[in-house]
Design a protein around this ligand. Structure first.
Ligand SMILES: Cc1cc2nc3c(=O)[nH]c(=O)nc-3n(C[C@H](O)[C@H](O)[C@H](O)COP(=O)(O)OP(=O)(O)OC[C@H]3O[C@@H](n4cnc5c(N)ncnc54)[C@H](O)[C@@H]3O)c2cc1C
Length: 356
């Protein structure tokens, strides 16, 4: 049994490493930075819980992962355009808040602890070239960054809350958000276009939030970064398997990628353990989801310029908002019909998105 070499100790690489090590495989992970999580600086991110009927924590347990990091369920979300606001709460968590970075309670450190406990060898400050890796988990594709997230984290006396601002002023083609848990806040803008206008959008997010709550921001630190996704994923190149963002995996609708990263890492590991085709496993898991995601983004952009609030309100007020949201990921008949146009539109904007 040769040692499996993994490039990158993000969620995708560590999920693969933990799965393999627990199955008895020797695993060597190479991380170019001095520690895990150094792409982030304490950002609060959402582990989405709306795209499947079962809870995402069930997935984690299927992947053999423990929740040994900050992981706070959020079932109530307030949606605002700065004038009107509405809070939706249907009991089930819409997402779990996790922290990204090198601090002890981040998901990155939690996964690192699990990997080390399972016997994984992690080589920090060591880059591994793709051609030397069995699993490539190196994160964003730097030649095709599609969106930017910019903002701050801070200490606060405000109570726990999640506020979404799904309009262009708060993030062009994207949204703004305010997340607070246990006296720790994160206020950001997410832009899919005109990325240079991030400062302006961030100021709008701040103003919109201040209309809603008496913003108590102390000890603020800048956070954010850029990310990528593709229309056509890259699963394998000879013996090399691609996982997470390196495979072009991320929900094109709102840019959520942690769940896909953990899932693809697990599947790559299973393909080695069970000697099965990773491309087939991954295509089955993500193929239609990604096509549906492309249509969702196409529709989201069509409803830009403040009309997105109405879309979100309609979802929130529907009899079963989770079923409505889930249906967006099924590649349903409407999505199948719209896919060719959505794909064309995408490729016009990002000519290099189709292949990697
Ligand atoms: C600001 C921001 C906010 C986000 N918010 C959310 C959110 O709320 N919810 C959500 O689900 N997703 C969110 N995402 C996306 C999510 O963070 C990513 O999809 C996820 O981190 C991808 O995990 P990964 O393991 O593929 O890559 P990464 O987390 O980027 O890990 C890759 C690792 O590989 C290392 N590496 C790179 N090249 C090499 C090499 N050659 N050799 C060795 N090591 C290497 C890097 O240093 C890094 O540690 C956000 C992204 C950004 C930028």
């Amino acid at each position: 049994m040769h040692a499996i070499r993994i490039a990158g100790a993000g969620p995708s690489g560590l999920a693969a490493a933990i799965t393999l090590a627990k199955a008895g495989w020797p695993v060597e992970v190479f991380e170019r930075n001095a520690d895990v999580g150094m792409r982030f600086s304490g950002d609060l991110q959402g582990l989405e819980n709306w795209s499947t009927k079962h809870d995402v924590l069930t997935d984690l347990s299927t992947f053999g992962l423990e929740v040994n990091f900050l992981c706070v369920p959020f079932s109530a979300v307030t949606v605002t355009d700065g004038v009107n606001q509405e809070t939706y709460d249907r009991g089930r968590p819409l997402f779990y808040l996790v922290k990204r970075g090198s601090m002890a309670d981040s998901i990155d450190q939690g996964l690192k602890r699990q990997a080390l406990a399972a016997g994984v060898n992690i080589h920090f400050s060591t880059k591994l070239e793709s051609q030397d890796a069995d699993i490539i988990a190196t994160g964003p594709l730097t030649d095709r960054l599609n969106w930017v997230d910019q903002g701050i984290v801070f200490d606060t006396n405000l109570p726990d809350m999640a506020v979404a601002m799904p309009h262009d002023e708060a993030g062009i083609g994207g949204y703004g958000y305010l997340l607070i848990t246990r006296g720790y806040g994160c206020l950001c803008t997410v832009l899919f276009y005109d990325l240079a206008r991030a400062n302006e959008c961030f100021e709008n997010v701040k103003l919109t939030s201040a209309k809603l709550v008496n913003l108590d921001i102390r000890n603020e630190r800048r956070v954010g970064g850029t990310a990528s996704f593709t229309i056509k994923n890259r699963w394998e190149n000879g013996p090399h398997r691609f996982v997470g963002e390196a495979a072009g995996l991320q929900d094109p609708l709102w840019g959520f990628g942690i769940r896909y990263a953990l899932w693809s890492g697990y599947l790559a590991a299973q393909s080695i353990i069970q000697q099965r085709s990773y491309a087939q496993l991954a295509q089955k898991a993500f193929g239609n989801r990604n096509r549906a995601g492309v249509v969702n983004r196409y529709l989201w952009e069509k409803f830009r310029h403040r009309r997105n609030e109405r879309v979100v309100q309609r979802i929130g007020r529907s009899a079963d908002p989770f079923a409505t949201l889930r249906s967006f990921y099924n590649f349903n008949l409407l999505q199948r019909l719209l896919y060719p146009a959505a794909k064309r539109k995408f490729l016009d904007k990002y000519p290099r998105l189709e292949s990697i």
